[in-house]
Write a protein that binds this ligand. Structure first.
Ligand SMILES: [Zn+2]
Length: 272
């Protein structure tokens, strides 16, 4: 199993430097984070440089995290929807060029979207799924918010084509749910990728290195082991919440990599 990290672990580290540090820490793959201006993956010139840098340091691109979030504003009128869709198509083009097989999207599933917004969003994602298919990319809708949002996420997945649109399980977001891990039972068959990080409600932080919060990793990995999320274990972390504990970037990355290996080991052990 390969271990992946998001370039958004610390946006203060310039992306070209960051890719070198990530490779030095042992990671095999990387996901370009949500702030597209950091990596510049929306720009053709920057994409070419990223591609060359990935090759140079021996990393593969696993996924891209779409910068545009499908908020209700995206469905306010046809122009807003067209603009949101264009942004997502640019993300798909970046995936294709960088060799990333997954586009992670934050759907509009928090609060109480009206049925109309859900319908509009499903139509947009249906069109995007066609574009994704042409580029051999899969779209992964992430669990962003708990409870009612989970119900909407499940409904959306049921109405979207399973071969192109699946589920991205985020452990820190899931931990805010009133029924953690239930989503893995409900839509685990649609799993495409995982975002594994820890959460400390006491400290009020999430996206900590796995093992630094209160998530029960033995139970979580036992639930993940029978599911198919490809061969990539993605630790989606943020140094902002624990910078005092990890003042040096290289040591931080080495810790996250080791924790990723620890989780992969538990999953692999259960699979044998
Ligand atoms: Zn996530």
């Amino acid at each position: 199993m390969d271990i992946c990290i998001n370039t958004g672990y610390d946006y203060k580290v310039p992306v070209m430097q960051s890719l070198g540090k990530v490779a030095d820490a042992g990671f095999e793959t990387v996901c370009f984070g949500m702030r597209h201006e950091h990596a510049g993956y929306h720009l053709a010139g920057a994409r070419a440089r990223l591609k060359a840098r990935l090759r140079e340091v021996g990393l593969r691109a696993h996924a891209i995290h779409a910068w545009s979030i499908l908020t209700a504003d995206a469905f306010a009128d046809v122009d807003a929807t067209a603009a949101a869709e264009r942004d997502l198509v640019v993300c798909l083009e970046a995936c294709e060029e960088l060799g990333a097989s997954i586009l992670v999207v934050h759907p509009h599933v928090w609060g109480n979207p009206t049925p109309n917004v859900i319908d509009e969003e499903i139509r947009l994602l249906e069109r995007l799924a066609v574009e994704a298919g042409e580029r051999d990319v899969r779209i992964a809708l992430e669990n962003v918010s708990p409870d009612t949002a989970e119900t909407h996420l499940i409904e959306m997945l049921q109405r979207l084509p399973a071969d192109r649109v699946g589920f991205c399980f985020d452990s820190a977001h899931d931990d805010r749910s009133s029924q953690p891990l239930e989503l893995l039972d409900q839509i685990g068959d649609r799993l495409v990728t995982v975002h594994l990080s820890d959460r400390s409600p006491k400290l009020g932080v999430e996206h900590l290195p796995p093992g630094d919060g209160h998530i029960q990793w033995a139970e979580l990995t036992a639930r993940l082991a029978p599911l198919d999320f490809g061969d990539v274990l993605f630790t989606e972390v943020g140094r902002g919440g624990c910078v005092d504990q990890y003042p040096e970037v290289p040591a931080y990355l080495e810790t996250v990599y080791a924790r990723g290996r620890w989780l992969a080991g538990m999953i692999e052990e259960r699979r044998t």
